[in-house]
Design a protein around this ligand. Structure first.
Ligand code: 5AD
Length: 352
């Protein structure tokens, strides 16, 4: 099996059969070997730096009904909120003072935030924070809308593909949503010139090794600048309430695999990972991740952005707990840096 890992490191790809063999054949020893290789590759490009992104969860309204997600539209137990532009700007100001140079605007697919409102919001942030990166995570939109946001000053976009297998996509999402449309969105974003992030949940209901292999092949084809991978965690008010959570062990293994497949990728140790294990974030960094995304949202809204049960949002997951996070990273020999931390990979624009 070590030969597969060495091949992956050298060629940055495996065939579907090889991925399945590697994932199904993993052992604790093999994982340790993978993480060593992943760290070495990560150190070659990024040293011991860990980039920080300030996460602003600006609306928990959503028109979609994904079976796994706590803010799906059919969940009537959650009270809904939207931040005003002034509140969002105030989150950015707090974040800026703390050292953040990337703001991630994440929300449900909320139609109140029309094209005009989104564009105005992005313009305001861009104007006040010319030296910061603006990352959007607002779901599927038309290409010209993505273009407008890019022109208004957005630089990056996060849109996990969730699963690259059609049947599995169908199992996780209602009829109105399609994998093809999601993939089209990702390609559109790439072509416009965004730094693009995609990714998956590990251990989502119905997920087989074969699906993970297809996810890795899709990521290899897309060559995203960023990849988000976290465990699925059931939410009590969703149809998947009785399902099991994804494991720490498999999530870490996949982080290591992605680091070797996409050596320059920006990859967060996710909140979901630190939710299933108190040392999840540290372990994520040691498996090849190089980004953390503390929460900059107003304290009173955080609990309402409940994608899954017991989502962590305080202490080292909170922007104001940056000192804690710094210590935590130092304990494993890494260093939080304030830099924007742009992708080393070219964007379509950069190439032109
Ligand atoms: N468990 C883990 N991650 C989830 N997400 C949504 N619901 C859950 C859940 N129950 C993830 C999705 C989405 C991202 C914003 O949060 O992958 O893309």
């Amino acid at each position: 099996m070590k030969d597969l890992i060495l091949k992956l490191e050298k060629e940055n790809k495996l065939t579907k059969e090889e991925w399945i063999r590697l994932i199904d054949g993993r052992t604790p020893e093999l994982a340790e070997f993978l993480f060593e290789r992943a760290r070495e590759v990560r150190h070659a490009y990024y040293g011991k730096d860990v980039y920080i992104r300030g996460l602003i969860e600006f609306t928990n309204y959503c028109k979609n009904d994904c079976y796994y997600c706590g803010i799906r539209k059919s969940n009537h137990c959650v009270s809904r909120y939207r931040l005003t532009e002034e509140e969002i700007l105030s989150c950015c100001r707090n974040g800026y003072a703390l050292g953040f140079r990337t703001f991630v605007l994440q929300g449900g697919e909320d139609l109140w935030f029309t094209r005009e409102r989104m564009t105005a919001l992005i313009r305001s942030i861009r104007e006040e924070f010319p030296d910061c990166a603006i990352t959007l995570s607002v779901g599927e939109r038309e290409k010209d809308e993505y273009q407008e946001y890019f022109d208004a000053g957005a630089n990056r976009f996060l849109l996990r593909h969730e699963t690259a297998n059609d049947a599995h996509y169908r199992y996780l999402h209602p009829e109105e949503l399609s994998l093809q449309h999601r993939k089209d969105c990702l390609w559109n974003l790439r072509h416009i010139g965004y730094q693009v992030g995609s990714g998956i949940m590990v251990g989502s209901p119905g997920q087989k090794t074969e699906h993970l292999a297809e996810d890795l092949l899709f990521l290899q084809e897309l060559q995203p600048h960023m990849v988000g991978i976290g465990p699925f965690i059931p939410h009590k008010d969703t149809p998947f309430r009785e399902e099991k959570a994804g494991t720490l062990e498999l999530t870490l293994f996949l982080l290591g695999c992605v680091r070797l497949m996409l050596p320059k990728v920006l990859m967060p140790a996710t909140t979901a990972l630190s939710t299933i294990h108190p040392d999840g974030r540290k372990m994520g960094i040691l498996a090849g991740a190089n980004v953390v995304m503390p929460n900059l949202s107003p304290q009173e809204n955080r609990k309402l952005y409940s994608l899954y049960d017991n989502k962590r949002c305080m202490g080292d997951e909170a922007a104001e707990g940056l000192a804690l996070l710094k210590t935590e990273m130092e304990e494993i020999g890494y260093k939080i840096v304030s830099a924007r931390g742009d992708a080393l990979l070219e964007t379509e624009e950069g190439k032109a």
